[in-house]
Design a protein around this ligand. Structure first.
Ligand code: ADP
Length: 499
């Protein structure tokens, strides 16, 4: 370990559309939750600003109170009256902005999915920075997340800097390039970012693919002082391998301030030594107890108790996750004499129906169980009880399942894309030293590719159990906590900070 270096304490404000455990849709919520804690532990002053959604989990907010009654946020030719609340989310200092207008921006039954989503978040971003300005907050760093808050640096450098906000620097983390916030000229009228010829310019918010559209995420990239995505490999893929959904040339232009930081995992929640969701806790020194969980998993899912390996899949049933290969893996696994467990669900009824059909087809097999649904509790038991975790994604910005699996000594079998390529190293073919190899990896998105990795994993489990055990130990020794990413982000902050 490197000795701690002294560094000045920073004032950091995260502006975010999501935060576990109060407003969670996806991984972004967990990242902000984990990173803000790590930054605070390291002695920084950290605050979070998010919308006051009607769907907030109020039972998870401690001591919520109104702290700023009359925040007037400019919008079109007038202004919208907002109230700001403050409360603690598991110790994190959070400001919640509540607008009062006919638009009803955040008083809805879900977080996303509305025709005016772009306007809702353009407004939120404006409200967040207006709040900082009115209350004289001068953070060293404003950290934004995804297209929803990508306008913050645009407002800062186009409007608020001239009003005296000269100190803050902005870091933007992009969790997924698939969503960018693409919209029309209406945005400029609403936000007071006048001068269409200025903002539509290809060097600013002009969308690279649609000449008459504005792109919020692109604006975020252009105006932020640093742009991070959630793994170095995904940074490369989005810039150079055509995975940037049209933003490749923009990333090239700004490559100097673009990089990847692999997300951390919350080891307070995901740790087999203290996990209360599993019947028997275990660690690297009493690995045999992992197999008590394997038995419990079989009991819960009514699988045969035998000497076979258990291969698992946990994830959203989204095409991104490589569903064709998941399907193939189920049959291949059974054919190779192992068991298969799947936990997943989709908002798309057709996909769910597909997997329900598969489930019925395999219903009589004592070696296979498909659980269609979302069940965090069961996921813990699968992480603990399975021998291998399959992640055959088409693309994967970072990926959490393989990181959690490693912690539980469940060997990841993954396709070499995005964060998977940065965190899983093949037992047989990696150029890493032996003790750093922690799984099985394949390249090609096809049956042969999948079989090449999964086949080797099952064979090793069956024929060389002592080698497989070494692999488990390597996996459990990996540190994918927030420790390293926390340091990485502090280095980024230091790099861009106003001295
Ligand atoms: P993504 O953010 O694309 O969904 P990640 O791998 O980053 O993928 O994160 C997925 C997280 O969601 C993991 O913690 C995984 O355990 C959890 N998860 C996904 N599907 C389910 C499910 N059906 N039931 C329980 N947990 C799930």
């Amino acid at each position: 370990a490197t000795p701690p270096v002294w560094r000045p304490s920073l004032f950091i404000i995260h502006v975010t559309p999501e935060l576990a455990t109060v407003a969670k849709v996806g991984g972004l919520a967990d990242v902000v939750f984990g990173l803000t804690r790590e930054l605070a532990i390291r002695g920084n002053h950290v605050e979070i600003i998010l919308p006051k959604y009607a769907t907030l989990r109020y039972d998870q907010i401690y001591d919520l109170q109104e702290v700023y009654r009359d925040l007037w946020v400019p919008w079109y030719e007038a202004a919208i009256h907002c109230t700001v609340f403050f409360g603690f989310v598991h110790g994190r200092k959070c400001f919640f902005i509540e607008p009062h207008s006919q638009d009803n921006f955040f008083n809805r039954h879900t977080i996303y999915g509305f025709h005016d989503d772009v306007m809702r978040y353009a407004f939120f971003s404006r409200a967040a920075i207006e709040f900082m300005w009115k209350t004289n907050k001068h953070p060293d760093i404003i950290h934004c997340h995804d297209w929803q808050t990508a306008l913050v640096p645009v407002y800062l450098y186009e409007q608020y800097q001239a009003l005296g906000m000269t100190h803050p620097r902005v870091c933007l983390t992009i969790h997924n390039f698939a969503h960018q916030g693409i919209t029309g000229p209406e945005l400029l009228r609403a936000t007071g970012l006048h001068r269409p010829e200025h903002f539509f310019s290809p060097t600013r918010l002009g969308d690279p693919r649609h000449p008459n559209a504005l792109n919020l995420l692109k604006g975020g990239i252009v105006y932020s002082n640093f742009v991070a995505t959630v793994s170095p490999r995904y940074a490369f893929e989005t810039k150079d391998l055509g995975q940037g959904f049209g933003l490749e040339p923009v990333l090239h232009t700004h490559h100097i301030k673009y990089g990847g930081v692999v997300n951390g995992v919350d080891y307070d929640v995901w740790n087999p030594e203290i996990d209360r969701h599993i019947p028997v806790q275990y660690g690297i020194d009493n690995l045999d107890r992992k197999y008590d969980n394997k038995r419990a998993l079989r009991q819960r899912l009514m699988l045969a108790d035998n000497a076979k390996a258990i291969v698992a899949f946990i994830g959203r049933l989204d095409p991104q996750k490589g569903l064709e290969l998941v399907r193939h893996a189920i049959f291949y696994t059974l054919e190779r004499g192992a068991q298969f467990v799947l936990l997943g669900s989709s908002p798309d009824d057709r996909i769910n129906a597909d997997f329900w059909g598969l489930k019925r087809m395999l219903n009589d097999s004592p070696d296979c169980h498909l659980e269609i649904g979302f069940d965090e509790d069961l996921s813990h038991l699968i992480y603990a009880g399975a021998d291998m975790m399959l992640v055959p994604s088409r693309f994967e910005p970072c990926g959490l399942t393989q990181l959690i699996a490693l912690r539980y000594g469940t060997i990841p079998v993954v396709r070499a894309v995005g964060g998977l390529a940065d965190t899983v190293f093949d037992k047989d073919y990696s150029n890493r030293p032996l003790h750093e190899r922690n799984g099985y990896v394949f390249n090609d998105y096809d049956h042969r590719g999948l079989e090449s990795a999964l086949g080797r994993a099952i064979a090793c489990y069956n024929d060389y159990p002592e080698h497989f055990r070494e692999l488990i130990k390597n996996a459990m020794r990996c540190d994918y906590s927030w420790n390293r990413p926390g340091q990485d982000y502090l280095n980024i902050y230091d790099y861009i900070r106003e001295p």
